[in-house]
Design a protein around this ligand. Structure first.
Ligand SMILES: Nc1ncnc2c1ncn2[C@@H]1O[C@H](COP(=O)(O)OP(=O)(O)OP(=O)(O)O)[C@@H](O)[C@H]1O
Ligand SMILES: [Mg+2]
Length: 377
């Protein structure tokens, strides 16, 4: 009898501990599900942007345009102005930083590429090329040379000169030679297309450049934002001024031997605000001119390299005709293309001298038309 009771007790005990285990498991499940319900019941978080960080508090910028002074949760560290964050709806406490430092995505607004332009693709401009190699290429590829000698290369340069002389081409050639990322933005777009965002875009472009370094930031038509003619009258002008100030601030923050450089271009050096070309900023000005005779020859050869030219052409005569008109590199390129069209029209596959002479005439007429147009508008 006692033996039987003992057995029964024993099996009860086993059963009991089994049930206890099961209860524990079920309790845990309930807890987990309760937590999940709580999580799902939570109010959605708002996405906002940090404007300024002040210790464990920050100034927050909401998409609505409103700004708030809020607390940062202890779990959130390393916040910076411009970061996208999640905030609680009720009190706007910052609870999480969203991956990626910016929600803005400046990449959408700029052209970013790794150009493939060799120095040999640039005709003439021998001195200009040498200068670019010395002041941009060498400091980027061999900074230690400059450290040893103890001189500081320019942070950036300004290429100025008439249209079509190869300024953009040169900038891309520098980027290729230094295997740099080429980040291009057009000054007039910066102030017209992205109203209210100019300064922010400038800031983010330089952040992007640092991420993608070595990089060359290329600002075409810089006169659109760095013109001394801009007065502070309208809000549009103030916005241009803000964008310009941001650009100066970025340049001042550059290290001369850092691996980000600025190349800017203009056709209107005369209207530039002197602040941009002050020492320590774009203090190297390079004048890019229309080609001389040797330059004409080289540019012509570059753009007719793959063309089927008649051997009987008197090339010296063609070069002289081009020289007489003071054509730019871009116009010499047009002459080459135009001569090809002339041959096609005559159902020839070879370009003869006459095709070139006529092409020169046409490009000259186009230029004159353009000039007349400019006079009227
Ligand atoms: N020195 C050159 N050597 C070879 N090609 C040239 C040269 N200059 C101009 N070109 C030709 O003309 C095109 C336009 O040149 P580019 O865009 O560099 O001119 P730009 O000086 O930047 O003009 P803009 O002031 O109008 O921006 C080039 O893509 C190239 O085909
Ligand atoms: Mg250009």
């Amino acid at each position: 009898m006692t033996e039987e009771i003992k057995k029964a007790i024993y099996s009860y005990n086993i059963e009991n501990s089994k049930l206890e285990d099961e209860t524990k498991l079920l309790k845990e499940t309930i807890l987990h599900l309760k937590k999940e319900i709580d999580r799902l019941r939570q109010a959605p978080l708002l996405v906002a942007e940090i404007k300024e960080v002040l210790g464990d508090t920050a100034i927050l910028h909401l998409k609505t345009g409103n700004e708030f002074y809020v607390n940062i949760s202890k779990d959130v560290i390393g916040l910076q102005p411009g970061d996208a964050v999640l905030v609680e709806q009720k009190n706007l406490n910052i609870v999480k930083k969203i991956n990626g430092s910016s929600s803005f995505g400046v990449e959408k607004f700029v052209i970013m590429e790794k150009p493939n332009i060799d120095w040999s693709d640039v005709g003439g401009l021998k001195d200009t090329i040498r200068e670019l190699q010395e002041v941009i290429e060498l400091p980027l590829t061999k900074p230690e040379l400059f450290e040893k000698v103890g001189i500081q290369p320019p942070k950036g340069i300004l290429l100025h000169g008439p249209p079509g002389t190869g300024k953009t081409l040169l900038a891309k050639a520098v980027a290729s030679a230094t295997k740099s990322t080429f980040i291009e933005i057009v000054g007039s777009e910066l102030v017209q297309k992205f109203i209210g965002e100019g300064a922010k875009i400038v800031k983010e472009i330089f952040q992007l450049a640092k991420q993608k370094a070595p990089a060359i930031v290329f600002i075409d038509e810089i006169d659109a934002l760095a013109s001394k003619r801009i007065e502070q009258g309208t809000s549009g002008e103030r916005e241009v001024q803000r964008t310009f100030m941001q650009l100066l601030a970025e340049l001042d923050g550059f290290k001369p031997l850092g691996n980000v450089k600025l190349i800017a271009t203009t056709n209107r050096k005369d209207i530039l605000d002197p602040a941009i070309i002050r020492p320590g900023r774009l203090d190297r000005l390079i004048h890019v001119k229309n080609p001389d005779f040797e330059g004409i020859k080289q540019i012509f050869k570059i753009h007719t390299k793959k063309m089927n030219l008649d051997k009987k052409i008197d090339f010296e005569k063609i070069y002289k005709l081009i020289q007489k008109e003071e054509f730019s590199g871009a116009e010499i390129h047009s002459i080459a293309t135009e001569s090809g069209y002339n041959a096609i029209r005559k159902k020839r596959s070879k370009i003869i001298e006459k095709d070139l002479v006529e092409a020169i005439k046409k490009v000259k007429e186009d230029e004159e038309k353009e000039k007349r147009h400019e006079m009227f508008f």
